[in-house]
Design a protein around this ligand. Structure first.
Ligand code: KG4
Ligand code: ZN
Length: 337
């Protein structure tokens, strides 16, 4: 029997719908919300409204593009959390309605587990190298920065976490200070490619164990710019590429130093990155260099599976389907999972 999953992701500001058959992506559509750009961050109320307008047309297109008939769907998977409650409610209610109408099971998915399992997404006519367990993954997104050990598709142990801001937040908030639109991460990555990573230095936090902290970096970046702007009001404009490169350099080195420590502590060699910040070119390159040096079996996701997408919800839903892990229709979304 083939297993066809319709997957819905609506945890933050991307409305995404995918169709996955036996772990292989048939379609994966994402409607981004440009509306938040000028606000310097996601406005929850606007995000929920945009999901409400996008979810039906995106689902319609995803089904058409997949080439399947609606009756072939065996289950509906959706992001239960963590995320913005209003955004999650749109996807959850829609998934319930769809599952009920088709009389198929409903599958709740943890968004963070899905980011890690994005490494298991298969694609048509393409050979995919899959991680073995235990799999050590650095999950870096706009809301989370965690070091996770996956013992199986379903067993997840968090061994490192941020004690304040996430790595993506550090990119976005420092970008906002420089006057960049939200999300600043991709733009900083682009500008950094023309800058000098050693032009400015920012203090690295000292946090014990495998945990992270990024709020001090954000504050020191802010004070640094405030002082320089007093001397030269055009300081940011004149030094934008160097500022981006130096900021990116320190964020990547904070992330990498903890991941190296985690790899040494656990002895795990199958190592990957996931989440929106895993699209960062400096992080990807630094990971490749470390992998060669330390003999890691490295997993770097395709760009399309780094930021929020429904294909990762679908692959997680597929493994839950195989285990018969279904949800009751009384299930409610969780802002914190
Ligand atoms: O995983 P994601 O789409 O959403 C969350 O679950 O949070 O991650 C979004 C985050 C944003 O903070 C964005 O600035 C960051 O990922 N991001 C990047 C890059 N692409 C996305 N950060 C640095 N470099 C990039 N190329
Ligand atoms: Zn995410």
């Amino acid at each position: 029997m083939t297993v066809t999953i319709l997957a819905i992701e609506s945890s933050c500001d991307d409305t995404s719908v995918a169709v996955i058959r036996d772990g292989c992506v048939l379609s994966n559509l994402i409607a981004n919300q440009d509306i938040h750009m000028s606000y310097g961050g996601v406005v929850p109320e606007l995000a929920s409204r945009a999901h409400q307008s996008n979810i039906v047309p995106v689902t319609h297109k995803a089904i058409i593009q997949s080439g399947i008939k609606t009756e072939e769907i065996n289950a509906v998977a959706f992001t239960r959390g963590p995320g913005l409650l209003g955004s999650l409610l749109v996807g959850t209610s829609f998934a319930k309605g769809f599952a009920l109408a088709l009389d198929v099971p409903l599958i709740e998915v943890n968004h963070l587990q899905a980011h890690v399992l994005s490494h298991f997404i298969l694609e048509k006519d393409k050979e995919t190298r899959l991680p073995s367990f235990p799999f050590l993954c650095l999950l870096v997104s706009g809301g989370h920065t965690r070091i996770i050990v996956m013992k199986s598709h379903m067993e997840m142990e968090v061994i490192g976490n941020t004690i304040d801001d996430a790595a993506g937040e550090a990119f976005d908030k420092c970008g906002k200070v420089m006057g960049l639109p939200y999300p600043a991460g991709p733009l900083i990555d682009k500008l950094a490619s023309e800058g000098n990573p050693d032009a400015f230095s920012f203090a690295k936090p000292s946090v014990k164990g495998l945990d992270f902290s990024f709020s001090g970096l954000k504050t020191s970046f802010l004070y640094f710019l405030r002082d320089r702007l007093k001397e030269d009001p055009d300081f940011i404009e004149k030094n934008k590429t160097d500022l981006c490169a130096s900021l990116q350099h320190v964020i990547v080195s904070i992330l990498l130093s903890k991941l190296i420590k985690a790899a040494a502590q656990t002895g795990i060699k199958d190592i990957g990155i996931a989440g929106g910040v895993s699209a960062n070119s400096a992080l990807r390159n630094a990971m490749k260099e470390e992998a060669v040096k330390r003999n890691w079996n490295l997993f770097i996701p395709e760009f399309r599976y780094t930021t929020d997408n429904a294909a990762m919800i679908g692959i997680t839903g597929y493994y839950k389907f195989l285990r018969g892990e279904f949800s009751d229709h009384s299930v409610t979304p969780l802002a914190r999972y």
